[in-house]
Design a binder for this molecule. Structure first.
Ligand code: F6P
Length: 530
């Protein structure tokens, strides 16, 4: 692939100083550099990608074997080869049940059976006197359902949901304060059922429920691959919803990990969410690369991160209900593509995945956009917007929201020249050195790239499309980087050291063998607690 990378680096050097705005001299640029699936539009025309660059990026994807690896993933091959596992979160939204084979066995009957059990249980909970559901989980066992619960609040007509993730006792204490133990269902969501944060919170919740008049024997459910451990915890099999190790934690909200969401919005709306994901799967599998949203989103990502060298990427949904989406994508992308070596164990030859961060617009505009517009580092932005909101009586709010979203991408591209800034200062009556000094502060270099994802109105189906779009984008980027996007060995060392430090912090072991800083910090904690 060196040839393809070299060609792209050459194009970047050649076009580095070109104004993106000048590309719009071609009247059909917006149409040629956008793609649509169903009602969803992806516009990447406000980037420095031209036809030659797009062809070179597609050549890179071809050389990396994206199509072959995509097909291998969908067919159940063990592409997560540091863990010897298939990668089949797509099977969880394969609602039509077309066979998916793992080790010669069709996994679909099991998937659909679990989905039916989830639907029946969700209906039962929604019809019972349960007022609140507390999902205890972390990472992939928290971020997806927590994000989607907020995103789909107009559909949430079941019990209220609460999400406890942090081992910091403040999280569960603050959550429990508002709950009635007699009418609360606790869902322990953990693929492994060993995660220290989740198990500590689960035990605290169980003690609270027993103490406060609830019945932990009846009011706990579990979502896990580890049936033996859920049984040891005392949760009977009829309230355990299992899944297989071919569903990665950060890809798991489509199955049992989505139970809290299903209880909140009902099985029908949850099915629509799955249908949205399935529709994106089909598009990803069938569309030519130059019309394929996940591929194009990945290629703009590779262009900005690995070719142009921009180290971070902002995800900016103009939708208050998608406020948790940047957090969700942060885990999805950074845990998947933050890797140091390729599949064969040799170092990656280009930068690994970028830092992903962001917040809902318009709030971010009044916080960090200053740096995006005038800071010295270029931060490619991914804007998201719906044509219409849900609050029909507040349509003027939504129009303002849309105007702000579009204004930001325009401003980033267009900028403001020193001449324009000087003219403004002259209008204010400034002259000489003071005019020049003030004008410099008001210059926007512009030429900052962004893409925009747009849809008619956020609903469960659209949310399913958005999440699956980003999952596949991460996959395509991982294939191009030559890495395994489906393991996460980088989280292990910290977990091991935390386990060894626990007795040191508790004071039952000494800090022998620890570095001076760590030992001194432990000493500070010991001296300053009651
Ligand atoms: O932090 C690592 C990680 O394994 C994530 O990948 C995962 O989503 C999270 O911990 C929670 O894991 P589990 O669902 O097994 O509790």
């Amino acid at each position: 692939m060196n040839t393809q990378w070299d060609a792209l680096r050459g194009l970047e050097r050649q076009n580095r100083d070109r104004r993106i705005l000048s590309l719009f001299d071609a009247p059909d640029r917006a149409q040629v550099f956008s793609a649509q699936t169903g009602d969803m539009l992806f516009d990447y025309s406000k980037t420095n990608i031209d036809t030659e660059t797009r062809d070179a990026l597609i050549a890179l994807a071809d050389a990396a074997g994206v199509a072959e690896k995509r097909d291998a993933m969908f067919s159940g091959a063990a592409i997560n080869d540091t863990e010897g596992r298939a990668v089949l979160h797509t099977a969880l939204r394969n609602l039509d049940g077309d066979p998916v084979m793992v080790d010669g066995q069709d996994v679909m009957p099991g998937v659909l059976d679990t989905l039916d059990r989830m639907r029946a249980y969700a209906r039962q909970v929604r019809d019972s006197g349960i007022t609140d559901v507390m999902n205890i989980g972390i990472g992939g066992s928290d971020l997806g359902p927590a994000m989607a619960y907020q995103a789909l609040s107009p559909w949430a007509d079941g019990p209220r949901c609460h999400f406890v993730s942090n081992v910091d006792g403040a999280h569960i204490a603050d959550t429990l304060r508002g709950l009635d133990a007699r009418t609360t269902l606790v869902i322990v969501a953990s693929k492994t059922f060993t995660t220290i944060e989740t198990m500590t919170n689960a035990r605290t919740a169980r003690a609270w429920m027993a103490d406060q008049g609830g019945d932990p024997g009846a009011q706990f459910a579990a979502l896990s691959t580890a049936a033996d451990l859920t049984a040891d915890f005392g949760i009977p099999a009829e309230r355990v919803f299992g899944f297989e190790d071919w569903v990665g934690g950060r890809y798991s909200m489509w199955g049992p990990i989505g139970l809290s969401l299903m209880i909140a919005i009902g099985p029908e709306a949850f099915d629509a969410f799955l249908r949205g994901g399935q529709a994106m799967d089909r598009h990803f599998q069938a569309a030519e690369f130059h019309e394929n949203l996940p591929v194009l989103l990945a290629l703009t990502g590779v262009w900005h991160a690995q070719v142009c060298g921009h180290a971070s990427r902002a995800v900016l949904p103009y939708d208050q209900r998608l406020a948790r989406l940047p957090d969700y994508f942060q885990q999805l992308e950074m845990e998947s593509n933050g890797k140091r070596v390729q599949m064969d164990g040799t170092p990656v030859t280009v930068d690994s995945g970028p830092v992903v961060w962001g917040a809902a617009g318009t709030n971010g505009q009044h916080a960090f956009y200053q740096l995006i517009h005038q800071g010295t580092r270029v931060i490619p932005c991914e804007f998201m917007i719906a044509a219409e909101g849900h609050e029909s009586d507040l349509a003027h709010h939504h129009q303002l929201l849309v105007a702000n979203c579009l204004a930001q991408s325009e401003a980033l591209m267009r900028g403001r020249s020193i001449e324009e800034a000087r003219a403004r200062m002259a209008e204010k009556g400034l002259t000489g050195d003071e005019l020049e000094r003030q004008a410099q502060h008001r210059v926007f270099e512009g030429n900052r790239p962004s893409v925009t994802l747009a849809w008619p109105q956020l609903d469960p189906f659209t949310l399913g499309q958005i999440v699956a779009l980003y999952e596949h984008r991460v996959f395509v980027e991982g294939v191009i980087l030559g890495i395994n996007s489906f393991d996460q060995w980088g989280v292990e060392l910290g977990k091991e050291l935390a386990t060894s430090l626990q007795p040191v912090v508790e004071g039952t072991a000494d800090a022998a063998g620890k570095d001076g800083s760590t030992a001194a910090l432990v000493g500070f904690v010991h001296r300053n607690r009651g």
